[in-house]
Design a protein around this ligand. Structure first.
Ligand SMILES: Nc1nc2c(c(=O)[nH]1)N[C@H]1C(S)=C(S)[C@@H](COP(=O)(O)O)O[C@H]1N2
Ligand SMILES: [Mo]
Length: 322
């Protein structure tokens, strides 16, 4: 059974138990170890997910962690997607109206081959990879998410960026007909984000198309969203319609709204507090219906991805360039 097939569980079956089994299958398939026999367990208290060892290569790459996965139900109902409202439960309710097909992305700026391409053409020939990443929101909560996606670098290279392409700017759809939150100027729409070109080309940067082996749901940024796991979650821009290669550091939606609180880099950093709260700890979304949040755990520099990304910031004052 392929990994993809192992993960095909109809959403109608997504109960806590199904998610748990899915998690087991996922971890087992990923570790390429023989599936373990299900131990007898009471329904009230399922045993913890099996600890599957990750290979040294996987550990080095940062592409996978063996931390327990956040439940599909939590990943898809506890969201930030202000285009559909500012409440955590708003996107899962309001985003169903977002039409994600057909979808195209306009790629332009400093590149040899600009153009507007369909989503299918954008990722043609690239097989979505499974990546299990931590996601740390600037608000102080976090999740562990099994994404499906393609390396951002592989997509960007198709457009042949020139030497003037120092940064990459991303834009989300802003259609008030499909996105009720756009009627309110919580931020100055469209939502915009950006990366320095080396950050965009870093192997960790992913263009996600799925979660738990299934296509992305609208609330998670379908059909295409950025994932940069060493940065605060707001850098992971959703429902992307434009990608531009630019020479100057692009203005971004959160920085524009409150430059003293949200920097361009926004690398996860426990030593640089948000002006209004500490960033030293975080609460991992726990995955029990009775208690949404677990106890606080320490936040790690670059969200635990220092081995993969710290080299890009040598000599950069991370307090100044927060
Ligand atoms: N277009 C857009 N992208 C966005 C946001 C948003 O409001 N609009 N919120 C960001 C924030 S603050 C976070 S923490 C993540 C949340 O992603 P998730 O809901 O899939 O967990 O999406 C980011 N991407
Ligand atoms: Mo966030």
């Amino acid at each position: 059974m392929s990994l993809r097939d192992a993960l095909k569980i109809p959403s109608s079956q997504i109960t806590d138990e199904a998610v748990y089994r899915e998690r087991r299958q996922f971890l087992a398939a990923f570790a390429a170890v023989p599936a373990l026999a299900l131990p007898g367990c009471s329904e009230a208290e399922p045993p913890p997910p099996p600890k599957t060892a990750i290979t040294p290569a996987q550990a080095r790459s940062g592409f996978r962690t063996d931390e327990p996965l956040t439940r599909f139900e939590d990943i898809t109902t506890y969201n930030n997607f202000y285009e559909f409202g500012t409440g955590k439960a708003d996107p899962s309710k309001a985003a169903r109206t977002l039409r994600t097909r057909p979808w195209s992305v306009a790629v332009g700026g400093h590149c040899a081959k600009p153009g507007t391409v369909s989503l299918d053409d954008l990722i043609k020939g690239l097989t979505p990879e499974e990546r299990v990443y931590r996601l740390r929101c600037v608000e102080g909560w976090s999740m562990v998410i099994p994404w499906l996606g393609v390396p951002l670098a592989a997509v960007l290279k198709r457009f042949e960026p020139t030497s003037q392409a120092k940064f990459v700017a991303f834009t989300t759809l802003a259609d008030p007909k499909q996105m009720p939150g756009v009627a309110y100027r919580s931020i100055d729409w469209p939502y915009r984000e950006g990366l320095r070109i080396d950050e965009a080309m870093n192997p960790l940067s992913l263009l996600a198309t799925g979660i738990y082996g299934k296509p992305l749901l609208q609330q998670n940024g379908a059909p295409l969203r950025l994932v940069t796991p060493w940065k605060y979650g707001f850098k992971s821009i959703k429902s992307i319609v434009a990608i531009d290669f630019v020479e100057k550091m692009p203005e971004t939606a959160w920085h524009e709204l409150q430059p003293s609180e949200y920097g361009f880099f926004s690398n996860v950093n426990p030593n640089v507090d948000h002006p209004r709260w500490s960033q030293k700890t975080e609460r991992r979304i726990a995955g029990t219906t009775s208690k949404l949040f677990a106890e606080r755990i320490p936040t790690r520099l670059f969200n635990g991805y220092a081995d993969q990304v710290a080299g890009m910031y040598t000599g950069l004052d991370l307090k100044k360039w927060f």
